[in-house]
Design a binder for this molecule. Structure first.
Ligand SMILES: [Zn+2]
Length: 263
């Protein structure tokens, strides 16, 4: 696979056993071609239940708290208008944002998309954003903890740029492999898990990809997040835990929240 940031084909192995490579430009990625079927298999209902997340629906309140903070960030730049979320999961962010924006979402996990449209009554399409025929432009596009999962983030960013209005904003969150925790942890960094995480951006490589597509970074933050004890113990015990009440706040300063404007 050639590098999605600089289109270079010459890359060197970083962690050979994980098939993760590093390009000369600094971008790090899982260098394997996944078929559509392999990808579809990852994002079944179990993905949000005991997969990468402990139990998305049980942790609803904690997740909503994090989304309120992200909405606050977006509203510093974009107060209202048409908002599109890519990878909208169960629709909790759209639900939080819908009082202030006209919201729509794309989600490939059928179970999650169905919950969002049926239970929450949101306009969420169970479809691949890249294959969608868009007939309008948006004031804001959001992508939370999603870009690292995409096989072709370059195509997504290109399409997002094309569907943003002039002066519209993109709000994106993902891990930043250039920060201290990933540098210390190396391949043991909690966000290194191919094949669900394919692209490991640093702020610099993300900025490069955005700029290539006419998007200028206007804000970069490393906010902390609320996490449930369910999620923590699922991670520690390596089995699904859903019965613990409560949550905690923590910040490992390795999740970047980036806002870019379409020029
Ligand atoms: Zn590169």
């Amino acid at each position: 696979m050639k590098c999605v940031v600089c289109e270079n084909k010459k890359v060197s192995p970083l962690w050979r056993e994980l098939k993760i490579v590093k390009c000369d430009c600094g971008h790090i990625y899982y260098d394997q071609n996944l078929s559509k079927n392999q990808i579809a298999e990852i994002y079944t209902g179990s993905y949000f239940n005991g997969g990468e997340y402990s139990d998305y629906l049980t942790d609803k309140d904690v997740i909503r708290k994090n989304f309120l903070a992200r909405l606050k960030t977006l509203k510093r730049f974009q107060k209202k208008g048409d908002l599109l979320e890519i990878g909208s999961a169960y629709g909790f962010f759209l639900d939080v944002a819908q009082g202030q924006f006209n919201v729509e979402g794309y989600e490939i996990c059928t179970e999650a998309a169905t919950y969002a449209s049926t239970t929450l009554g949101l306009k969420v399409y169970n479809a691949d954003f890249l294959e969608a025929n868009l007939n309008k432009k948006y004031d804001a596009v959001c992508m939370f903890d999603c870009i690292e999962h995409l096989t072709r983030p370059d195509k997504f960013i290109e399409k997002i740029s094309g569907c943003l209005k002039q002066n519209g904003h993109l709000l994106i969150t993902t891990g930043d492999i250039g920060k201290i925790v990933p540098k210390i942890r190396g391949k043991k960094w909690r966000l290194i898990h191919p094949p669900t995480h394919i692209h490991y951006f640093s702020f610099d490589s993300l900025k490069k990809l955005l700029e290539k597509n006419g998007l200028t970074v206007v804000s970069k933050k490393y906010p902390g997040v609320y996490r449930s004890f369910n999620l923590l113990f699922t991670f520690l015990l390596k089995r699904r835990v859903t019965s613990l009440p409560g949550f905690f706040w923590f910040n490992s300063f390795d999740i970047m929240e980036v806002v870019a404007v379409k020029s």
